[in-house]
Design a binder for this molecule. Sequence first.
Ligand SMILES: [Zn+2]
Ligand SMILES: [Zn+2]
Length: 255
Amino acid sequence: MGRIIFLGSGGARVVVFKQIRASGGIWLNLNNKNLLIDPGPGSLVRIVSSKHNLNPTSINAVLLSHKHLDHSGDVNNIIEAITIGGTEKRGILFAPYDALEGDDPVVYRYLRDYLEKIVILKEKEVYNLNGVSFTCPIRHQHRTETYGFLFKTDKIKIGYIADTKFFNGLIDAYKESEFLILNVVREKPSELDHLSLEDVRVLIKEIKPKVCFLTHFGMTIIRKKPWVVAEELNREFANLNVKVIAANDGMKYDF
Ligand SMILES: [Zn+2]
Ligand SMILES: [Zn+2]
């Protein structure tokens, strides 16, 4: 049916730019389609050196949740890799307007024609990739235009909540997720627009996915040890039948 590979599990400035954890994004294979989500710095290297035998020319679509470098740093390298330096036109890029046309776009213009298509993401629009569909159920609250994704096949529904401040609208927007991926940067809530462990608790309790993956860890979570954090949550939510899994670099999960 499919699999997910975490090419990196680090998030935010300190962890990513010291490469305390990798930042390659997420490789999602569903119904024989390969989607690469948020290829941060090092994504291409993580793909070609992955023990899971990943080939960049097999990527059907690249999805950017937003333009911050920890999510988009390798997008240009990935376009070159998918199209073998522009010699074979293929691949679709989905990205917010802000990442493509704003003041400071992150995708080089000279590479754009290499791709089969570029799609500007819009809230609630449904995108179909022949066997997999996805939508951006709600615009996130983050410093720059940001969306998460809800993927659907005839068999499963997977939610990806990218960087955002917590707000109640997230619960309804991702309610259908049987598998839920959360970017959890911080241990404690703060003024910064990222999810904290408190927010994760609320999302798990309200959405009740079968499996919840935690990833995109900032320093405060790394210090607490992500696998310990996941164990604590598993104990706390034992009655909900939710399995919480902390991602690590290169981790694979088969659906
Ligand atoms: Zn981030
Ligand atoms: Zn961000």
